[in-house]
Design a protein. Structure first.
Lengths: 645, 199
């Protein structure tokens, strides 16, 4: 296959060459025809000249005959002039003739000359010389007959030559026409062939491609654009179009697949959006809700039409700034608890927001979760936890009750003893007082004073009262501490001195510890924390009791308090049996205990950690079996947040 | 019978001078040709008649394109070949213009005015010999005026295709001879009919 440019070149060259060939051949043939035609023309002129000679001869001879018959001698001069004319014409045509013709012409001229002589001689013969005249006429007839004969021969030869030339002209013309027809036919055939090639290899393939391109798409839309019999460019072009259409088909299929995928994804997203258990909203930079799911309608008790284009902070006031504008920073919170506007009965929500850019515009994807149920659960759980803590506290009180009773019983015992002594002292003193009331009995009184040794009694009463008061105070303190411990905390936190609270705990567990534990205190914190004193007291009692339990017979418990950064560190360290590494992982789990059944609830340390975490604190433990355990409690100093909350 | 004879003698007396004197319309005396054409003639008569415009007009009417030339007007002689007192036939000499000048033909005509024979008194054509052959002559011999006129083509001056085919070598000469023959027979009948009836 050739390129279109080659076809063009072929057409141009073939047209040029064929045109040149045609022109050259036609010109060559035309030159032949022209040459022969010229010769023929000259021959015809010659024929005409000879015919003219014939005509002149006819007149010449007729005149001569008239002279002979009419004997009018004045005709002789005219005959001579005609003879001159004939000779002149014949001499003029001589150069145009062949040699043989020239001989004939020469003979004709000679005959004319001879005849002129005869005619002249006839003019001079008298009318009476009939015989002489007739002889002269006979001589003239002989000469003129020869003249006519030669002239006829000449005419015949020239006519023959003219005929030959005419034939040649006709033949040349016929050949010229044939050649013209032939070359023109060949030229037309060549043009038709070239045009046919053009049509077959250029026009037709383009028409095929055009028709295919304009054909309505049917079936899978696959079309064969490739042209096998065409110019190189068209083959390349059709291949490119084929590739392009195949590429389009593939891309179309891919796009269709992607469209289906998008539809599926959209359906999936819609399903997800409609089934996701939280409200999902798309909010623009001004806080206008642009899209939402069904759950939003449920949460906000409104239909989508009303929700769309409404301000999100109309529903969630926390998302508005103080100026009443959309707060684009708070919206980016993660699982932030908040409240719906007051018109909602169940206002508790939790929102999370993300910034997303859609088509160059900043938007926010906001999820609102209904946490009212969780809130109720939390409340219930909190209540349960409180009850659990209280129960645990009661349980610990029960455990401590014997010791406390013992602690109370001691002062009560010596109070009673003191009161008995004081009661013994009361009677003599009253008798002395009565004696002293009357002046007359002063002596008696003095005696009685001496007798009863009232001086000693009076001296002994004061220490007794002091001891009693001290015992009462001690009981009072124990009872007060116990009462505080048993008392349920207020719902509002209080400012607590950690060191004092540790002292109270030691009071309540003193009887538990004093027989086997040596308490070492380094209470150097001397700071206050915000919290619930009963709960923290419960923590410290639990720490001390557990340490006591870890000590089998004799041991030591070291209590320290200090301030580290903004935290108070309270450390309970014992040298008891310690905790295995395996159990260390579970000691804060609820209901985990290594004590025999019925001896422990397994909630002690769990509650400890729960209380500490409620105070935004933390507890660490380290222990080695056989060496003891160390519990470090960290509480924030004067936790404002706790007070605020 | 005597009256007739006397009349003939009168005629002979009247024309004998002409017969032996001027041969009108002929260049030369056709006596030799008369002897050639009528070998059995013992003597001859000549009747001179004048061809005038009326005759020329009649000829022109009969042969529209083959009329008489002006030079042919005037006196003309018809020769009667005689065998003793018996006319053998007529001899009419007539010239016809051709491309070879004037062709002069001596015509021998029988008493029924049919061509018997002819000889050329003058003919410069190279085909003269051909025209003197019997095959050529047979085109004319034995034919009267009407039969000869039938040999003309539609133009009225040339022979038809059949005649030309028989004279392929001398078409111009056959035309000249035919035109001459027609005028000769017509003129003979027109001018000399009465006189010839009386013979």
């Amino acid at each position: 296959m050739m390129k279109i440019s080659h076809y063009n070149q072929l057409l141009a060259i073939s047209t040029l060459l064929s045109g040149a060939l045609i022109f050259a051949s036609l010109w060559h043939q035309y030159q032949k025809v022209e040459k022969i035609s010229r010769a023929h023309y000259e021959s015809r002129l010659l024929v005409q000249t000879i015919e003219h000679v014939f005509t002149m001869s006819q007149l010449w001879l007729t005149t001569q005959d008239l002279l002979f018959s009419g004997q009018q001698t004045y005709l002789a001069k005219g005959i001579t002039k005609q003879s001159e004319q004939l000779k002149k014409i014949l001499i003029n045509v001589k150069p145009k003739l062949t040699n043989s013709d020239n001989d004939l012409v020469q003979g004709l001229v000679v005959s004319i000359i001879k005849n002129d002589d005869i005619v002249n001689s006839f003019s001079h013969i008298s009318a009476q010389e009939t015989k002489s005249r007739q002889l002269t006429v006979a001589e003239s007839d002989e000469v003129t007959a020869l003249f006519v004969s030669d002239l006829e021969k000449l005419s015949k030869q020239i006519s023959s030559e003219n005929s030959v030339l005419s034939t040649q002209v006709n033949l040349a013309m016929a050949n010229f026409k044939k050649l013209a027809y032939l070359v023109v036919s060949l030229y037309i055939l060549l043009i038709l062939f070239t045009v046919s090639c053009f049509s077959k290899y250029i026009v037709k393939p383009i028409e095929n491609i055009t028709a295919l391109a304009q054909k309505p798409v049917q079936g899978d839309g696959s079309l064969e654009f490739r042209q096998k019999k065409a110019a190189t460019e068209i083959i390349t072009l059709s291949g490119a179009i084929q590739q392009f259409t195949e590429h389009i088909t593939i891309e179309k299929s891919r796009a269709e697949q992607e469209r289906l995928n998008v539809i599926r994804a959209n359906d999936k997203a819609n399903i997800i959006m409609d089934t996701i258990p939280c409200a999902v909203l798309l909010v623009d930079e001004q806080g206008l809700i642009k899209e939402c799911n069904i759950e939003t309608e449920t949460l906000l008790h409104s239909d989508k039409e009303h929700i769309i284009n409404s301000k999100v902070f109309d529903y969630v006031p926390a998302l508005a700034t103080l100026e009443g504008q959309f707060d684009s920073e708070i919206v980016l919170s993660n699982m932030e608890e908040s409240l719906l506007s007051p018109r909602f009965d169940n206002p508790h929500i939790e929102f999370s927001g993300r910034k997303i850019v859609i088509k160059g515009s900043v938007n926010y994807l906001l999820t609102l979760s209904d946490i009212n149920e969780r809130k109720h659960s939390q409340k219930a759980l909190s209540s349960l936890n409180e009850q659990l803590i209280h129960a645990e506290k009661l349980a610990s009180i029960g455990q401590l009750s014997a010791g406390i009773a013992h602690e109370i019983n001691n002062p009560v015992g010596y109070i009673r003893s003191n009161l008995d002594v004081l009661d013994d002292y009361f009677t003599p003193l009253m008798a002395y007082i009565n004696l002293t009331k009357s002046s007359d009995k002063m002596t008696e009184a003095q005696a009685f004073y001496q007798q009863e040794d009232l001086a000693f009694i009076l001296e002994d009463i004061s220490p007794l009262i002091s001891s009693t008061l001290e015992g009462a105070a001690r009981v009072s303190k124990i009872i007060k501490d116990l009462g505080n411990y048993a008392h349920v905390d207020d719902k509002l936190p209080e400012v607590i001195s950690v060191d004092e609270l540790i002292g109270k705990s030691l009071t309540l567990v003193a009887n538990e510890l004093k027989y086997k534990v040596e308490i070492t205190k380094h209470l150097e914190a001397n700071v206050e924390v915000a919290g619930f004193p009963q709960k923290l007291l419960q923590v410290f009692i639990n720490m001390l009791v557990n340490a006591s339990h870890a000590i089998e017979s004799k041991g030591r418990i070291c209590i320290t308090s200090s301030v580290e950064a903004q935290e108070v560190n309270i450390c309970f360290e014992d040298d008891g049996s310690g905790i295995t590494q395996e159990n260390l992982k579970n000691i804060f789990d609820p209901f985990f205990t290594t004590k025999p059944v019925g001896k422990g609830t397994g909630l002690g340390l769990h509650i400890v950690r729960s209380i500490i975490e409620d105070h935004h604190g933390r507890i660490n433990v380290s222990s080695k079996v056989g060496q003891g355990s160390k519990f470090d409690i960290y509480l924030p100093v004067h936790c404002g947040e706790l007070i605020e909350s | 019978m005597k009256r007739h004879f006397i009349f003939y003698l009168f005629l002979l007396t009247l024309f004998s001078e002409n017969a032996h004197g001027v041969a009108y319309c002929s260049l030369r005396d056709p006596v030799a040709q008369i002897a050639q054409l009528f070998p059995g003639k013992t003597n001859q008569l000549s009747i001179v008649k004048a061809v005038d415009d009326s005759t020329r007009q009649k000829i022109q009417t009969a042969l529209p394109r083959n009329d008489l030339h002006f030079s042919e007007l005037g006196k003309h002689t018809l020769y009667i070949a005689m065998s003793g007192r018996e006319p053998l036939g007529y001899v009419h000499v007539r010239s016809e213009q051709s491309k070879w000048g004037l062709v002069e033909i001596v015509w021998a005509i029988d008493k029924d005015l049919k061509i018997i024979n002819y000889v050329f008194q003058r003919c410069r054509s190279s085909k003269r010999k051909f025209a003197e052959e019997s095959q050529f002559k047979s085109l004319f011999i034995g034919k009267n005026y009407r039969e000869l006129k039938a040999l003309l083509s539609s133009d009225g001056v040339t022979a038809n295709e059949a005649v030309l085919a028989k004279a392929q070598d001398a078409p111009e000469l056959v035309n000249v001879v035919l035109r001459c023959a027609l005028k000769t027979l017509l003129l003979t009948e027109m001018l000399w009919r009465e006189e010839l009836k009386k013979l």
